[in-house]
Design a protein around this ligand. Structure first.
Ligand SMILES: [Zn+2]
Length: 88
């Protein structure tokens, strides 16, 4: 993965309040990474997602490289850091 790749990240993962436990590749090829909890809104006014370079997230957790293997429409999840990723 190119560390300069822009990805959509939930506010919890962006602020490192929670780990990334869910990764989704959108049909248009874009990547979304989130904590996997359900307390987000995709509403732009809610400001729950932001764009960051994936390199910032990879520095904290290199298992996020699995995102490179996702086809459009695919998603993977895990229960917690250290657990293996599985298809969602
Ligand atoms: Zn979150």
């Amino acid at each position: 993965l190119n560390k300069k790749l822009g990805v959509c990240v939930c506010r919890h993962a962006a602020r490192r309040e929670r780990p990334v436990n869910y990764i989704e590749r959108f049909p248009d090829g874009g990547l979304s990474l989130s904590c996997g909890e359900l307390d987000h809104s995709m509403d732009e006014d809610a400001d729950d997602y932001s764009w960051v370079h994936i390199g910032h997230l990879l520095d904290a957790d290199d298992t996020l490289e699995i995102a490179a293997t996702l086809e459009p429409g695919d998603a993977v999840e895990r229960g917690a850091p250290g657990e293996s990723w599985r298809r969602a």
